[in-house]
Write a protein that binds this ligand. Structure first.
Ligand code: PRP
Ligand code: URA
Length: 209
């Protein structure tokens, strides 16, 4: 069964408060999302495999650990997921980045796929699918379906804010995918927005309405 991790580190919670605040402007919002993505990437990579290599310090030869070279892929769900990519790449600069374009139909709230471009060696990589918001869960489920259909196997899902409904939907559809969130909010409102949430993540990141 999928595990759900809530990253309640004080720095993440502090920055998230200003991300939520409605008077926070586009520039600051973007910077804060980028910073939180870096902090979350630090936590989500805790289980990365290591191997020992031999090195020589100025004092003596010794064995020391380095990452074992496991290949990683980051998949932002367009648009808002883009805001988290650079923050993750700061810690994992060699990761490849694929894109899955989905928008939520405002009436049905169902995800509509319009773009998919993944690294060519999908089957060899571990993936982190990223999106700031997990609301009904429809977009996350569809993005993970799309990735699995093309050969993706080892997948984690990372978001800033999740609604309980979205978490349950992803757990049910993808019991093999662990979910990493910065805050688990109260509920969805009648328009499928997370309460209290942060509003429309894509609009706030890109300054659109
Ligand atoms: C938002 C958000 C998620 C989705 C979450 O995207 O970035 O992708 O909604 O909602 P769900 O869990 O109910 O599917 P949106 O559809 O607004 O598209 P955008 O990123 O292009 O603005
Ligand atoms: N998408 C958003 O951008 N915000 C929400 O609260 C729900 C879906």
């Amino acid at each position: 069964m999928a595990k759900v991790y809530v990253f309640d580190h004080p720095l993440i919670q502090h920055k998230l408060t200003y991300i939520r605040e409605k008077s926070t402007g586009t520039k600051e919002f973007r910077e804060l999302v980028d910073e939180v993505a870096t902090l979350m990437a630090f936590e989500i990579t805790r289980d990365m495999p290591l191997e020992e290599i031999e090195i020589e310090t100025p004092v003596e030869k010794t064995k020391s650990k380095v990452l074992s070279g496991k290949k990683l892929g980051i998949i932002p769900i367009l648009r808002a997921g883009i805001g988290m990519v650079d923050g993750i790449l700061k810690l994992i600069p060699a990761a490849k980045v694929g894109h899955i374009g989905l928008y939520r139909d405002p009436k049905t709230l169902m995800p509509v796929e319009y773009y998919v471009k993944l690294p060519s060696d999908v089957e060899e990589r571990d993936f982190i699918v990223v999106d700031p918001m997990l609301a009904t869960g429809g977009s996350a489920v569809e993005a993970i379906n799309s990735l699995k259909k093309r050969g993706g196997k080892h997948i984690k899902f990372m978001c800033l804010i999740a609604a309980p409904e979205g978490v349950e939907t992803v757990k049910e559809a993808h019991p093999d995918v662990d979910i990493y969130i910065a805050a688990l909010d109260e509920k969805l409102n009648d328009h499928g927005y997370i309460v209290p949430g942060l509003g429309d993540a894509g609009d706030r990141l890109f300054g659109t309405k």
